[in-house]
Each structure stands twice: as C-alpha cells, then as structure tokens.
Design a protein around this ligand. Sequence first.
Ligand SMILES: Cc1cc2nc3c(=O)[nH]c(=O)nc-3n(C[C@H](O)[C@H](O)[C@H](O)COP(=O)(O)OP(=O)(O)OC[C@H]3O[C@@H](n4cnc5c(N)ncnc54)[C@H](O)[C@@H]3O)c2cc1C
Length: 456
Amino acid sequence: MIKRQTMPLQDKDKRKHNFSEVAQGFSLQQIKIEASRCLNCKNPLCVNACPVNINIPKFIKEIINDEYEKAYCTIYQENIMPGVCGRVCPQEKQCESACVLGIKQDSVSIGALERFLGDYSLENDIFNKEKIIDNNIKVAIIGSGPAGLSAAASLRRLGYSVDIYEALHDFGGVLRYGIPEFRLPKSIVDEEINRLKRLKIKFHKNAIIGKTLTINQLLNEYNYKSIFLATGAGLPKSLNIKGENLNGVYYANEFLTRVNLMKAYKFPNSPTPIKVGETVCVVGGGNVAMDAARVAKRLGAKEVFVLYRRDMDALPARREEINHAIEEDIDFRLCLNPVELIGENYRLKEVKAEIMKLGEKDSSGRKRPIPTKTYKSFKVDSCIIAIGQNPNPILKRTTNNLKVDSYDRIIVEDCQTSIPGVFAGGDIVTGAATVIQAMGAGKRAAESIDKFIKTT
Ligand SMILES: Cc1cc2nc3c(=O)[nH]c(=O)nc-3n(C[C@H](O)[C@H](O)[C@H](O)COP(=O)(O)OP(=O)(O)OC[C@H]3O[C@@H](n4cnc5c(N)ncnc54)[C@H](O)[C@@H]3O)c2cc1C
C-alpha cells in the first residue's frame, strides 16, 4: 500500500510571523507517487463530485506518463484556475470524498496534483492557445470573482466579445480581497487572470454597476445582448449588539480587504497599516473566521482567540484550516456568544459573552446552542466579526423587476433572472459558498446565455 503523500508546510513557529505561503506544494517525486495511487476506476466518481467535472483520471494518467502540458490542458478545459483551485477548494468534501481509494485508505490527493499542474503551467508559460472565432456579440459580466471569470472564459471561447465590470480597483473578487496571501498568493491570482486577458476579455475596474452605470444602461445604451450578474455576497452580517460601532471592531470582510487589497500585509513596504493591538477576538467559526484570526496573529497580535457559540465538532471551517490555526496558537473559546462590546472613549475594551449549553440537534444537524444567562468577559484590543455575508442589495435597488429572495439573493431559473437576457450565478444566487461552485455556476450561465442569444 502506498501512503498518501503529506503536504510540506512552512514551519509553524516561523509562519505565524510572515505572510508567505503555508502549504509548500508537492515535490515532483511526491507528485509521481501520488499519481500512481489512482485506481483509474472504470466509473470515476471523482469526476461527478467535481462541480466543474474535470476529467481527473485522465489528467492523473497524463502525469504518470510525464505529459504535464497535456495534463494541464485537460484541467484547463474545465477549470481556468487550477493554481487557485488546487490551493483553496475543499477537495475533501468534493472530488476526494468520492475517490474509491478512500473507502479503505486515504483518497488520492487530487487537489495537490491540480495545484502542481497549475504552478507547472505558470512556471513554463504553458497556455492553452485556443482558436477563437469572434462573433462580435457583446456580453457584459458584472463582478470579477470566480463566477464572473469562469463565465467570461466560457463565453469568450464561444466567440463572444466579453467585458467584465468590477467595482474594486483590482480583479478576482474574494480571491483578491478575501483569501489571505499565506493561503493563496496574489501572484497566482494575477497570473491566472492574465491568461484571460490573453483571450482578449476586457476588464473594467472601479465600475460599480448600480452606481457608475445601471443594468438598463448596459442593455439599452451599451448594446449588450446579455448580462451575467456575479457580484457575490460581500455584505457582512452584523451581530446586532451594543458596541458594534466602537473603534477596534471590524467586520471580517472589511478587515481582510484592508489587509489583502489595500496591502496592509506588506507594511512597512506599503503605506496602509492596520493596527490590531495585543489581544484580538474573532467571532465566528467558518473559514473566514480562521483567515481573520490567522491574519491578526501575523499582524503582531500576541493573543488571538476565536469565540464560537457551539463546540469544536460543529466548527464549519475546513479541518485543515482549523488545524493550521491551532498550530499557530489561535485559541478556541467555545460555547460562548457575544452579547455586548464594551468601550471607553469610543474604543473597544472588552467583549462580554453569554455561556451557551448545547441542546438537541437542530436542522443543521448540529447541537443547538442554548443561552444560560451566565456571562464571561474578555479584555481585548480588537474584535473581528466573521459570522457570514449576504449579497449587497445595490443591484436590487437600482434594477426594476429584478426578483430576489428575503436574503437579497437573486432568484434564477436555468441561470436566468426575472429579467430576460439577464443571468446570475455564484454567491449572489446561492449565498456564501465556494470558489469552485461559483466557477461551475459561471460555466452553466455561459451555456444558458449562448442558448438565449441563439434563440432570440
Ligand atoms: C475570507 C474568505 C475566505 C474564503 N475561503 C474559501 C476557500 O478557501 N475555498 C473556497 O472554495 N471558498 C472560499 N470562500 C468562498 C468563495 O471565495 C466564494 O464562494 C466565491 O469567491 C464566490 O465567487 P463569486 O464570483 O460569486 O463572488 P466574489 O468572489 O465575491 O466576487 C464578486 C465580485 O463582484 C464585485 N462586485 C460586487 N458588486 C458589484 C457591482 N455592483 N458592480 C461591479 N462589481 C461588483 C465584487 O467587488 C467582487 O469582486 C471564502 C470566502 C471568504 C470571504
């Protein structure tokens, strides 16, 4: 039995003081060993478990045959960002969870193989040079996150003239402003987006649709035949407790944007620092909370703790991220729910939290947290709230007849919204999900847009 290869990691005592990548990637030798573990199943369940249906056994076979360029192209056909997805996809819940080898041993490390090919293609400037026959029909994409980028690539391959409009001053959505450098280096995001520029997709920054231009204008004055809305779920949920407006209280999205997009992680080499103080509390238990906590540690906080209202087993973050956080001395204070943020002179000083006990399982399958009316307080310098995000309501407010649900998620049927010719996908439709789910939605939307344009 050949054992699953272990991902080499940056030393845990060093890495909590820097923003360099934690996971170092497999060596070529590890890649060959890992690829050789694939059973090459007749009915490869991993393919269906991948939201973009990458032909996984095919690219693994190509790796075994030393055909790395071919292997990369096999992935690129379905997924334009292997370097990104190899790093951030929750493979343990997707392709790897369906790997037949996983029944008796550890599944094949498909994500690490994908990452290797993504990096190999960037290092060797391998680019899937596709012949595109222009049809000169204009389509606009709103938002440059994974959903928008994936739809753009699929539409461009079909010959459409594609413009991406992005509200921020740089492209990539959460890949750019949310996921920290130590998990996803910005150079990988840059390179994979550059490839789309080489396909002649046009990128427009600082364009807030709903403010700079409206959907109506794009359809009627700019002559786009169709529009794809991929604006994500960037509006943070609030705790709705006293003291949330004190200095020293951040929402995770704002905090991570200041660190990533505004480059606070590069201080003093960038003039945009963010001060977290010595003790930082992060509220929430998902991936965003783990990112915020690990970033706060790297910004110099001596003590960082996660406050979560259930127990360790119920934490929704990826196990790998939780383990990395623990290794980096992030403390978990469990069964606690913040009820007040207490300040002095408008500055946060203390977090007061109610102790919760766990009851019967609720609809999420996790034990329900029940308030006990007993409290604990913690002295802190900063508090980062990471309890989820909703879609920003700007498009709903500025677009007549755009139907949304009670969480402001756009309602779609076959990717089409309530406005003919206007499509939507990614987090704006599903609520906060994953990179690869958003990319899958972008691909499906491109097919629906193509069908719509060809039949109207
Ligand atoms: C901190 C963090 C960490 C995460 N980690 C992971 C992970 O490890 N693995 C994983 O699979 N998923 C992760 N996710 C979730 C994943 O990133 C999202 O599900 C995914 O990015 C959604 O893609 P999207 O294209 O729908 O939206 P987004 O990535 O949010 O992109 C939307 C884009 O639209 C732009 N936009 C918004 N409104 C407008 C407008 N009116 N006009 C023009 N542009 C607009 C935004 O600026 C943004 O660039 C994480 C999320 C966060 C916040």
